[in-house]
Design a protein around this ligand. Structure first.
Ligand SMILES: Cc1ncc(COP(=O)(O)O)c(C=O)c1O
Length: 391
């Protein structure tokens, strides 16, 4: 059976649900025992069953089984947001005195978590450039506990060498984590490449309709055990209604991703032909520096990419963005059905050296290609570029 077909049915047990093809939403904090013996067996770990809403829910479990299947691994855990997944995974593994290696193009709030809370807890974070991912040996210390990557990066789309990162980490006994949000588990399975934990803001493509916050962590049973234990204590679990929405999102993930991929490549290739455009940052374009590596790790491309216009003044930037807003929306959270434009004018403004190192400038844009007809998106961009060039 093809994986798209399997995904539709993995974890679903209509026979247990009176024949309903979709799982019931189980609103439950409390799960009761049928006998004292069952209570004792459960407490002793002889019986596996639901006991309390914070440690597991049948609706959420369907979602977790589907994610573990997509990630080609044993287990997955659903949490209340992408940041809940990331912070829970990091806190599960890091202790005072540990050294944490993080890729420099990482999602901004992860940097804030590392430089703020984790530092207060005694964890030292060191950032490495994406280009160093092919050999991180020089960065490794005896106390390096975790290596954290985000590939492709969601701002710069930089691709890191996952096999090489995993090899160095294994040799030094460190744990590897990837933010796999950009590719979704459909288009990148990092665990078979050697990465220990794959994390997602399911808020993006897995939800897919811009109406859900969701975090996911997936990995082997062994790698997940500390994450599950930490999640039970931190308590950032997903509500079952949101698990249901995420399951519904997964039903159409393959068809949506195929459309995002095709339309984004069409728009990216069109932008590449335009004289107003200096550069297009899309891992699926041969002109992109990470193209060859991406081909060895990804089996598809999502709809989020970047482009740089020729430098012009602020008035031109305003004309360009505002002219797009009849078809595109202006906003941060991507992966939904609707196309977005985001000028990277404010990103890392308080850290000019990092902003320069990441190649961000006032004429760089992030674009999320939604499910509209790509010809309408290209027509809107063409009109906006004409407005940008005017006056
Ligand atoms: C790449 C990436 N990772 C993680 C997150 C955090 O996800 P959430 O907003 O669901 O906490 C985001 C959110 O924008 C993201 O873009």
């Amino acid at each position: 059976m093809k994986r798209d077909t399997e995904l539709l049915h993995i974890g679903d047990t209509p026979c247990d649900w009176n024949g309903a093809v979709n799982p019931p939403v189980v609103h439950a904090s409390l799960f009761c025992f049928e006998s004292l013996q069952e209570y004792l067996d459960t407490a002793a770990g002889r019986t596996q069953r639901y006991v309390y809403g914070r440690s597991g829910n049948p609706t959420t479990r369907v979602l977790e089984e589907k994610i573990a299947f997509l990630e080609r691994t044993d287990d997955a855990l659903a949490l209340a947001s992408g940041m809940a997944a990331i912070s829970t995974a990091l806190l599960a593994y890091l202790r005072s005195g540990d050294h944490l290696l993080v890729v420099s193009c990482v999602y901004g709030p992860v940097r804030q978590l590392c430089d703020g809370m984790l530092r207060q807890l005694g964890v030292e974070t060191e950032y490495f450039p994406c280009s160093a991912s092919a050999d991180l040996s020089a960065y490794m210390r005896p106390n390096t506990r975790v290596i954290y990557v985000e590939s492709p990066g969601s701002l710069t789309f930089d691709v890191q060498d996952l096999r090489a990162v995993a090899r160095v980490a294994r040799a030094h006994g460190a744990i590897t984590m990837i933010d796999n949000t950009w590719a979704t588990p459909l288009y990148q399975a990092p665990i078979p490449l050697g990465i220990d934990l794959s994390l997602h803001a399911g808020t993006k493509y897995i939800g897919g309709h811009s109406d859900l916050m969701l975090g996911l962590v997936a990995g082997s049973a062994e790698a997940m055990a500390p994450v599950r234990a930490t999640a039970r204590l931190l308590g950032g679990i997903l509500a079952p209604d949101d698990a249901y929405l995420a399951i519904r999102g997964l039903r159409t993930l393959p068809v949506r991703m195929a459309r995002h991929q095709e339309s984004a490549l069409k728009v990216a290739r069109w932008l590449e032909t335009r004289p107003e455009v200096r550069e297009v940052l899309h891992p699926g374009l041969p002109s992109f520096p990470g193209y060859a590596l991406a081909k060895t790790q990804l089996c598809g491309y999502s709809g989020l990419f970047g482009f740089r216009l020729q430098p012009r003044d602020a008035a031109a930037r305003h004309r360009f963005v505002d002219a797009l807003l009849d078809v595109f929306s202006l906003g941060y959270s991507w992966g939904g059905y609707e196309s977005l434009i985001l000028p990277l004018i404010t990103h890392q403004k308080d850290n000019p050296a990092l902003r320069r190192a990441l190649g961000l400038d006032d004429d760089t844009y992030r674009i999320s290609i939604g499910l509209e007809d790509p010809d309408d998106l290209i027509a809107a961009l063409e009109r906006a570029l004409a407005t940008w060039a005017s006056a």
